[in-house]
Design a protein around this ligand. Sequence first.
Ligand code: PLP
Length: 381
Amino acid sequence: MKLDEKFFAEIAENYGTPLYIYDADEIRTKVNSAKQVFTGLDARIFFALKANSNPHILKLFKDLGINADVVGPVEIESAKRCGMAEMILNGNGKTTSTRDYFLNSGGKLVSMDSLEEIGLWQKSRITKFLRINPDIYAGGHPNISTGGRNHKFGVTPQEAEKVADKLSGLHVHIGSQITTTDPYEAAYSKVIQLSNRLGFSWLDIGGGWGIKYQEDELDPIEFRRRVVPILSNFKGKIVVELGRFLVATAGFLLLRVSEVKRAGKVFVVTDGGMNVLIRPAMYDAWHRISTIGPKGKLGRCDVVGPLCETGDVLAKDREMEIPEPGALLLIENTGAYGFSMASNYNGFPKPAEVMLENGKTKLIRQRETVEDLFRGIPPIL
Ligand SMILES: Cc1ncc(COP(=O)(O)O)c(C=O)c1O
């Protein structure tokens, strides 16, 4: 299927906007690439559902032999319903109901985040990791850097060592959108040295592989060349938790331009903003945007959404052919942390999602309706 302007114009006509579109073949390509990196190691790949938990995407992962990295009850239920073979439960401050949901759903692996959490799993005969914080700063933005000394995740290696008899292994996840191998080399050398000394047979190496939004990306070949030799010093079972790398490039967000406002500068206003894609507002993220349909000359503009918030921006001072009202904007690399972070802020229903597979499009989530948002609210009058 050719993903050209005509295709996107038709799909917007058929399904409306804002709309998320995912290319199943691109997900398959990324899964194969990740599998190749770990060839020769006793490694199993888990998909971090926080990146995208649409059940049809999860079914695709299940069919490709990928397991589930889950945090909350809906992620647990989604992984279970899609038949994903194994689940690892992650996150800090897990509630009693999340722990029970996980165990009742047959979950077998947990990453504990604190010494305080260890006692809560004492009676459960499952594989227990303790997350360590190696004091390494990495990741595409401070909000997605997780391995630094003052970040809320994990415990120090010294603290972990004291409770080694209660653990099956250690876990380390230093951040997301990491584009070089250096922080991985440093973190994994540290955690493997400790794991070997403590005689563990399991290790969870987290995820974080960065993709090419604008410039840098993590090169899986480089990861294999530089990081896998370090990992091969660990002789046990390895858990890998990848989110963004497996789905980001498969996703497109289609928006329609509702207004082009000239007031000092040019504002291209679309029918979805930080409520459908929060990454630019939250992480200063850059996404490629192209116009489909009527457009004028090259110029500079802010691409913004319709929400009552100055931060409701999709691109700032972007040079592009200024679209006219009614044109479509295609926002690329939105398969990860796009829909999964969408909200109903300012009272907008969430977008529909469509999958491209075998030359056909398939609706995989209906557009939310206003009525959907009143479900569960007791009668008012
Ligand atoms: C514990 C853990 N594992 C894995 C991931 C997946 O990260 P990414 O999508 O960058 O691969 C995350 C996300 O931040 C995480 O918190």
